[in-house]
Write a protein that binds this ligand. Structure first.
Ligand code: FES
Length: 212
């Protein structure tokens, strides 16, 4: 059967499948589109989804333990007795015991662990604090510096980059900007003397990039 392509001045057949004007041939645009779709498919393949969900990069999960992020005891599990009332927060990372993986492959998992007087905490912190132990994201909500400063008298955490201050005893409320939002809280629990994560962060961790 003879066929004639749209806009093709000549005919092609089984004996002569080639169309001299190439109107029937796949275009480069078509090939590029197919290539793009292929790449997109690869980007969302189960393999890449699995890679994105590697335990070391995943956000803290319920049941995770917490370990020292730095110092002589780096990598050791933190127990409630390691924290002193109103002392400078301990920098920590979550750890999945089953896989023996510390979730330190993402900076967004950096935590500040502090012990406060449970009698002074507001009811809004009840479901996050465990006997006065509170875990906050260490990532400043302004432009993402690590919140490092601590004033034991006022229990204020501060960011060294632009001076934002957060109230440790009041859900990391912003006391002084430019930080736009409180630090995220991570719920904790203590079972049989073990300190573990009880759930997901209270809000999205990190900061928003402004587009000008
Ligand atoms: S990054 Fe913390 S105040 Fe700017």
């Amino acid at each position: 059967m003879k066929t004639k392509a749209r806009n093709c001045p000549t005919e092609s057949s089984a004996a002569n499948p080639g169309c001299p004007c190439r109107a029937n041939a796949p275009t480069h645009r078509g090939r590029r589109r197919a290539l793009k779709l292929g790449l997109l498919g690869a980007a969302w393949s189960p393999l890449t989804v699995f890679a994105a969900r590697k335990p070391g990069k995943m956000r803290p999960q319920a049941g995770d333990h917490l370990v020292f992020a730095y110092g002589e005891r780096q990598g050791e599990i933190i127990s409630p007795g390691d924290l002193t009332l109103n002392a400078k927060p301990i920098e920590a990372y979550p750890k999945q015991l089953a896989s023996n993986v510390i979730r330190d492959r993402s900076r967004l998992n950096a935590l500040l662990l502090v012990r406060l007087d449970p009698q002074t905490l507001p009811p809004t912190m009840d479901k996050y604090a465990a006997n006065g132990l509170v875990a906050y994201s260490a990532v400043c909500t302004h432009t993402g510096c690590t919140v490092e400063g601590w004033d034991p008298a006022t229990q204020q955490m501060s960011c060294p980059c632009h001076g934002s201050q957060y109230a440790a005893g009041n859900a990391a409320k912003v006391l002084m900007g430019p930080a736009p939002k409180p630090l995220a809280m991570l719920p904790l629990s203590i079972n049989s003397g073990e300190l573990t994560v009880a759930g997901a962060f209270s809000r999205k961790v990190g900061f928003k990039v402004n587009k000008y």
